[in-house]
Design a protein around this ligand. Structure first.
Ligand code: G6Q
Length: 547
């Protein structure tokens, strides 16, 4: 097929990068900066209000040229066009991948199986908006006539991490008269603590599940139903006023007892981890209001358009994707640290973990051959400055190379004394220290005794990106998330993997279901697992019996 690129390791840019790596890996960022006084401004890019400083990466002009050539040889442009035009690029599930349609304007048109999906997207958005207005204006009353004050999202994975992250990120813009809780875990503690101080008469549950069959979500939803009915005297008709659903599965929604008039739909071409801007974002819209939600969608869309149209050399997601791949495949870095210097982004690393690792944690290519190279890196992180007082030690002086993405904002959302200047001083200082380190001469010049010098040396040459954005708003959050979505896509295309399936997650959904009856059955089960699993099951049964 004309559109199929050569196997990654046979592409000529890959071969050249291998040779080039031998030289560049020996250069220090200190020299690279010293030899090029303009480097700090030249190796930066800005688009849609996001400034990316990528000068503190272990690259030179040649590296960039070869990485960009690799993107071309990998047919990145063609794969992008295929995604944006609704082709079924998620081949193992035979699905289109159209999260970009969720934020496309009404005037757009994207066809899936000959059908334009855009009118449906806006229909659901309008339905969400009118529901949110009713809750926020207190026009929607619960079973006893009291208005709804508490919203509990029940969902897991893609039906939880996006809503939680967005709620925390945009809390500044949220209606503080409403209380939001998120229940995901099958561990009963999650539900028990979430509703501990809530009045059922004032509580509405949003059951968010694409399939409406996920064990955790359905178990929590049934527990919520029982809690509600118990609190409201057992009248089943209360369910209609206190439960809504976000799903693609109308049949299961109505089986649960939720009126499908109170169901907000989405489509099989929206992957779970790409769904926070679909109806799965209902809790976000309830918190920040429809106008702010639309501003977030606009931000997503602006980044989509940038990704789709900007030349690769100034394309933020392409550049970030290529740099991530450079460290994964050539420096053999296994992780990436994401370090937002913004307290409201405290759940952003957790959100990104799913986006990146579920998408690109794949060991075979699209045609099923085992890859001969590393794929998705491990993403992790915490907000700064907190991390500086814990794991940064290893990033600065450990033996592993950990590329970092720093994220910072010019404007604080809470102007408190000098805090913001100090916060920004810290993020700039960390990126600087990681890149340039401290030589033994510098340490000695400080009067450090000889025996202590090696301990106080910082090798430097630790790479980082710094994203500087004006202010955290719904709009810029949309841009930031879309930036990472497309960076993940860029990497997945080059690795030639399916970034949109998740067979590893599907496996987990099946496995536990097999063991549940073996734990709950009255009679001693006939166990046919391995000896370790059998033993654990028996010990748990004995402990249960003697409790
Ligand atoms: C996301 C994954 C996964 C999924 C959850 C919840 O891309 O598919 O995290 O979102 O397993 O699935 P449901 O929404 O179907 O309950």
């Amino acid at each position: 097929m004309e559109n199929t690129p050569l196997s990654l390791v046979d592409r000529s840019a890959w071969q050249s990068l291998k040779t080039h790596f031998e030289t560049i890996s020996k250069s220090h960022l200190r020299e690279l900066f010293a030899n090029d006084p303009e480097r700090g401004t030249r190796l930066s890019a800005e688009a849609v209000g996001i400034f990316l400083d990528y000068s503190k990466n272990r690259i030179d002009a040649k590296t960039l040229e070869l990485l960009l050539q690799l993107a071309k040889e990998s047919k990145l442009r063609e794969r992008m066009d295929a995604m944006f035009s609704g082709e079924k690029i998620n081949t193992t599930e035979n699905r289109a991948v159209l999260h970009v349609a969720l934020r496309a304007p009404k005037t757009a048109s994207i066809l899936v199986d000959g059908q334009d999906v855009i009118p449906g997207v806006h229909e659901v958005l309008d339905k969400m908006a009118s529901f949110c207005e009713r809750i926020r204006s207190k026009a929607w009353s619960g079973h006893t006539g009291k208005p709804i004050k508490n919203l509990v999202n029940i969902g897991i994975g893609g039906s939880d991490l996006g809503p939680v992250m967005a709620y925390e990120a945009l809390r500044h813009y949220s209606d503080r008269s409403l209380t939001f809780r998120f229940v995901s875990n099958i561990d009963g503690t999650d539900f028990a603590e979430a509703v501990l101080d809530l009045d059922p008469a004032e509580t509405l549950f949003i059951v968010s599940s694409k399939t409406f069959t996920t064990l955790e979500t359905m178990t929590n939803a049934h527990t919520a139903r029982a809690w509600l009915l118990q609190g409201l005297g057992g009248d089943e008709s209360a369910v209609a006023k206190h439960f809504v659903a976000v799903s693609t599965n109308a049949k299961e929604v109505s089986k649960f007892g939720i009126d499908t008039a109170n169901m907000f739909g989405f489509w099989d071409w929206v992957g779970g981890r790409y769904s926070m801007d679909s109806a799965i974002g209902l809790s976000t819209m309830l918190a920040i209001g429809p106008d702010n939600f639309r501003a977030m969608l606009q931000g997503f869309h602006e980044m989509d358009e940038h990704f789709r149209s900007a030349p690769f050399e100034s394309n933020l997601p392409v550049l970030m994707g290529l740099l991530a791949l450079w460290y994964s495949n050539f420096f053999e870095a296994s992780t990436v640290a994401v370090l937002p210097y913004e307290q409201y982004l405290k759940r952003f690393p957790a959100y990104l973990q799913q986006l990146t690792m579920e998408s690109n944690g794949k060991h075979v290519t699209l045609d099923g051959a085992v890859v001969g190279y590393q794929t998705g890196a491990i993403y992790w992180g915490e907000p700064g400055t907190n991390g500086q007082h814990s794991f940064y030690q290893l990033i600065h002086q450990g033996t592993r190379l950990i590329p970092c993405d720093f994220i910072a904002f010019n404007q604080p959302l809470n102007q408190v004394g000098r805090h913001h200047d100090i916060l920004l001083a810290n993020v700039f200082a960390q990126a600087e220290a990681l890149a340039f380190g401290k030589t033994s001469d510098e340490v000695k010049a400080e009067g450090t005794p000889d025996w202590l010098v090696p301990h106080r040396v910082f090798e430097g040459n630790r790479p980082s990106n710094l994203l500087l954005i004006d202010e955290l708003t719904p709009n810029t959050l949309g841009k930031l998330v879309a930036l990472y979505e497309h960076s993940v896509f860029t990497q997945g295309v080059i690795w030639n993997i399916d970034s949109f399936d998740q067979w590893g997650v599907e496996l987990g959904k099946v496995l536990a279901n097999r063991i549940v009856p073996e734990l709950e059955g009255q009679d001693e089960p006939n166990l046919a697992h391995d000896s370790s699993t059998n033993n654990l099951i028996r010990r748990y049964r004995r402990a249960k019996q003697s409790a």
